[in-house]
Design a protein around this ligand. Structure first.
Ligand code: AQP
Length: 350
């Protein structure tokens, strides 16, 4: 039984979807539709792992789930050709996460830097879910036996953990896997991270050494996909820079994180290289470059924001897309759960 090439990725409905999520993940989601069977998920169970102050409570969660779905579709994901749904509608994610909890080792989770960053100093008070987040992520991917996972650079370590879990499962249960018709002794593929594209790590507009992030207290640190043209212009004009003119060569950006970030954003949005941007703007002041950056940002994001607004105004339509996607996702997930239970010797109804 061959493993099908399949893409899976998710975005948390924790509000403030930003340019980093768009360039680091969603742009690649759109591209991969041409070459792969894709499953794109609004990972609402992951959103619950942080405090209610982060995910905002029940009404916000519902609103944000619809907004991420709207962003997927507005950016160009086709929910008819591919699968778009929210995670909590397919119980296989949580069920497989439990089985993987018994495969993953505490030592592996203790090394996860995102948990350390998000739990901060008050680790005792972090939810068990936040600690277990990477195991649920492994289940998200592997319940579809997905082979490729487009993500931003910050998710690299979690993807490595997913591979470790898949590998240990295959090793521990190899004989049973073979006896269930997978002659090579492999049931779960080792999913490949696809950390590609022009902007795998978009940085904060206020600090070029920090990742652009939904949870940054300063709204000026990020460009939200729902920002209007005036807000985008204001945020870019206020973005931190240094007093030097832009360099003419890309290597001149190395010691200048803020300049590097803005040039990278321009290059990614315009679909050109950083060197090409510097050919046009190198030697000049930031002010004229920032004006051009506002133009390219607004040109790219305004149609997406407009379409998102139109879609979220019709929640019934968005929910029907999620329900239909969940029905299709469930068929694949249920098959994986049946096979996984058989491999583990768990008796199930037949
Ligand atoms: N700054 C970024 N640059 C490039 N890619 C990014 N991603 C996130 N931030 C950047 C990618 O977006 C996808 C969805 O992210 P997520 O919703 O799972 O949550 P996240 O990574 O936790 O996003 P944030 O903004 O960083 O949230 P907080 O503030 O809660 O930490 C992923 O593929 C991610 O790599």
């Amino acid at each position: 039984m061959a493993i099908v090439e399949r893409v899976f990725s998710g975005v948390q409905p924790t509000g403030n979807l930003h340019l980093g999520n768009y360039l680091g993940a969603i742009v690649n989601f759109v591209k991969l539709q041409e070459t792969h069977n894709c499953i794109y998920c609004v990972v609402d169970l992951h959103a619950l792992t942080q405090g209610i102050d982060v995910w905002g409570g029940p009404a916000e969660l519902t609103r944000n789930t619809r907004e991420v779905t709207a962003a997927f579709i507005a950016a160009g994901i086709d929910p008819k050709k591919h699968i778009v749904f929210n995670q909590s509608q397919v119980t296989g994610h949580a069920e497989l996460a439990w089985l993987f909890n018994c495969v993953a080792r505490v030592g592996w989770l203790n090394r996860m830097t995102q948990f350390k960053e998000k739990a901060g100093k008050d680790r005792e008070n972090a939810s068990v879910g936040l600690y277990d987040y990477p195991v649920l992520m492994a289940a998200d991917i592997l319940v579809y036996r997905a082979t490729h996972v487009p993500v931003g650079e910050d998710q690299k370590q979690h993807l490595e953990l997913s591979r470790d879990i898949a590998q240990k499962f295959n090793n521990d249960f190899g004989d049973s896997i073979r006896s269930h018709g997978h002659n090579e002794g492999i049931y779960f593929p080792l999913p490949e991270p696809l950390i590609t594209g022009p902007a795998t790590r978009v940085m904060s507009l206020r600090d070029g050494t920090k990742k652009m992030s939904k949870s940054d207290a300063s709204d000026n640190s990020r460009i939200n996909l729902t920002d209007d043209a005036d807000t985008i212009a204001q945020k870019i004009r206020k973005a931190k820079t240094d007093p030097e003119p832009l360099p003419t060569e890309e290597k001149g950006l190395e010691p200048r994180p803020e300049a590097d970030n803005l040039v990278g954003i321009y290059a990614a949005l315009a679909g050109v290289t950083k060197q090409a941007v510097l050919q046009d703007f190198g030697g000049g002041q930031f002010s004229s470059f920032k004006n051009a950056l506002v133009d390219v940002c607004v040109a790219k994001l305004a149609p997406i924001a407009g379409e998102m607004k139109r879609l979220v105004a019709d929640p019934g339509h968005v929910d029907s897309i999620l329900n239909e996607g969940a029905n299709r996702a469930r068929v694949i997930a249920d098959e994986t759960m049946r096979a996984t239970k058989d491999i583990l010797g768990l008796i199930r109804q037949r």
